[in-house]
Design a protein around this ligand. Sequence first.
Ligand SMILES: N[C@@H](CCC(=O)N[C@@H](CS)C(=O)NCC(=O)O)C(=O)O
Length: 200
Amino acid sequence: MLTLYHSPRTRSTRVVALLKELNALDAVNIEVVTIPRQDGSGERDPKNPHHDGKVPFLVHDGVEIWESSAIMLYLADLFPDAGLNIPQGDAKRGSYLSWFAWYSGVMEPVMVLEAANLTHPFIEATFRGGIEMKQQLIKHLTDQPFLTGNEYTAADLLVHSPYSWFGKPGDPVIDAWLDRCMARPASIYATEFDNKLMSQ
Ligand SMILES: N[C@@H](CCC(=O)N[C@@H](CS)C(=O)NCC(=O)O)C(=O)O
């Protein structure tokens, strides 16, 4: 039994897109919950078992899985037939895993800190900054269409997702990759799925 706690137009939208990519929507109960939003609307939902009331949150046979990176890695491995994961034993598995860790440990902090206009030597020493973050993406996307090679994976789905909130950075290599990711039918499906929830 799998339950995804989801709220429309949030970080859990990328998990809905992943489930669509994995042909796994029928295997997962999507529980729609409210969250407190930046505009002051919404509130913590007592139905949501996440320790901070956040989304996404996944429960599999009673086991709690939190943080988008862990949830997406887990689901892509659980439903491998769609080929969105790179399994253990494949030489590229380590590179694939690195993108998930880098996303949570570096990329999202850098993007949030930049958006908040915060700088400090500790921040620079720990995460570097937006320039280095973009250089890392460009390095890996210059000679190949996706982060780990010729195939789109769950890593592309996760790593490209913040640009749908922050907008494209205006770099031709990154923007072209974002266009490839955003044109995926599953990405369009997740947007429409959320639009319906918002209009209810
Ligand atoms: N690092 C977490 C962040 C989750 C997160 O902050 N989600 C937001 C929605 S985009 C949320 O649930 N906010 C509600 C709150 O802060 O109470 C992840 O990626 O899973």
